[in-house]
Design a protein around this ligand. Structure first.
Ligand code: SAM
Length: 418
């Protein structure tokens, strides 16, 4: 429940109550020491955690004062700069993973970086509980710094600091030249300008920088896995009772992590994972043997058409349309519409942006919204924006139902032809 209070004592009471509730759901209390993350799945615990975080953030801002609050926002990039340096110097890989400390001198020897630079980076990162100083000149991992070495998490972090952080400073000029509206062309993004290309991010990673593309695929898989259960198999009930032979077309399905999870859970389901050539090859290589008769990979550019038609197909798009400005989304959707009949469904699995603005909004979605703007000139959308987008792609497309996840503000927007 959101609170409007500015009263510090009241905030402290909210913190204490929500903390008590939150802790009662945790098997072990949170720690800065390296330890596997404790998943929180209970709805009451998720709500208590959200309330706790909101109240803590308000408390910090009120205590810090208005000037520090706004300058803190202005200076947030120092932290990202320090993290990027830590990543480039491979600090996380050279600090012992068992939590024991390492001296600054040894860290300098192992990384080849000067002690002074490492220390300056550590000053900022330890302040944010990424690494910890155990004694003067000695550092150890916290859970946060240890996560840097986890392959998929490292890939996501690298995507943020190498691609997005490098592109972010160009956003203002890109928008300024268009009266501060986002150009409706992903090839004219801050990313494209920063990387001096007239391609969009996906065109770039599948032609000019394939290692960046492989890393992006790993990042997507890791982010999906870290969020736990997939909406497709948890909130979209019709699929649970699907008849044998029902086809799920996972459009832009990457290396197939969602289709594989769905096929494992739903024995009646047949999946076709469509993506670009390089990704499809990687997906085929990693497909578990026992799913080979039910999960197929197909190279298909979603701008060129939809080869799979027939009754009862589910066209599933997860984290696809948020990568594209509206006119491009309409193009993608129109190819699907051409393959549909009245029994087929489009399933859009995305963040459904909160209508609320301010401290109560979902902080992950609002960050992702700017991420999309920087990388693609695209956006996260509210429920009303999703419905309007579908209608504008084809006036026969209607939202049948919005299947919301309980754990976060994602959901599946189910659409059909009226
Ligand atoms: C943000 S990722 C989402 C991957 C996956 N659906 C998920 O939810 O994790 C976008 C996917 O779209 C694919 N993609 C980009 N352009 C495409 C195109 N023109 N045709 C087909 N797939 C494309 C990318 O290769 C990538 O796998």
């Amino acid at each position: 429940m959101a609170t409007k209070t500015e009263d510090l004592t009241e905030l402290s009471n909210i913190i204490s109550t929500s903390l008590k509730s939150y802790l009662s759901y945790l098997p072990t209390p949170p720690t800065f020491r390296p330890a596997p993350p404790v998943p929180v799945t209970d709805e009451v615990a998720i709500e208590a955690r959200e309330q706790l975080l909101q109240a803590c953030r308000k408390m910090i801002s009120l205590v810090d004062g208005p000037i520090q609050t706004v300058l803190g926002v202005a200076a947030a990039f120092y932290e990202t700069t320090a993290l990027k340096l830590a990543y480039d110097m491979k600090l996380a890989h050279n600090v012992p993973l068992d939590g024991s400390p390492i001296s600054l001198a040894e860290l300098a020897m192992k990384t080849g970086a000067p002690e002074e630079t490492i220390l300056r980076v550590m000053r900022i990162l330890t302040f944010k509980h990424v690494f910890v100083q155990t004694a003067p000149g000695y550092f150890a991992h916290t859970g946060g710094s240890a996560a840097i070495g986890v392959p998929g998490i490292e890939a996501m972090m690298a995507h943020c600091i190498d691609e997005c952080f490098t592109s972010g400073p160009h956003l203002s000029n890109v928008l300024r030249e268009n009266n501060f509206a986002a150009p409706e062309d992903s090839r004219k993004s801050a990313f494209s300008r920063a990387f001096n290309t007239n391609k969009n991010f996906f065109e770039y990673i599948y032609t000019d920088d394939k290692p960046m593309g492989t890393r992006f695929g790993q990042a997507m898989t890791a982010v999906s896995n870290s969020r736990g259960h997939y909406n497709l198999v948890t909130v979209y009930e019709p699929l649970l009772s699907a008849l044998k032979g029902t086809t799920l077309v996972d459009i832009g399905g990457g290396i197939g992590h969602i289709a594989i999870a769905a096929a494992q859970k739903l024995p009646n389901l047949k999946c076709v994972v469509q993506d670009m050539g390089m990704v499809v090859g990687e997906g085929r290589d990693g497909l578990p043997e026992e799913l080979k008769d039910r999960v197929e990979f197909q190279e298909n550019d979603f701008f060129k058409g939809q080869p799979i038609g027939g009754p009862g197909a589910y066209y599933y798009l997860r984290h696809i349309l948020h990568d594209h400005p509206d006119p491009t989304c309409k193009e993608i959707l129109s190819h699907i519409v051409n393959a549909m009949d009245s029994s087929s469904r489009i399933l859009i699995d995305e963040c459904i942006l909160d209508e609320r603005v301010g401290p109560e909004a979902d902080r992950v979605s609002i960050m992702k919204d700017i991420h999309m703007l920087i990388m693609f000139n695209s956006k996260e959308r509210t429920e009303a924006q999703w419905a309007a987008l579908l209608k504008s792609a084809d006036k026969r497309l209607v939202v049948e139902k919005v299947w919301r996840a309980k754990k976060d503000n994602t959901g599946i927007i189910e659409a059909r032809l009226a």
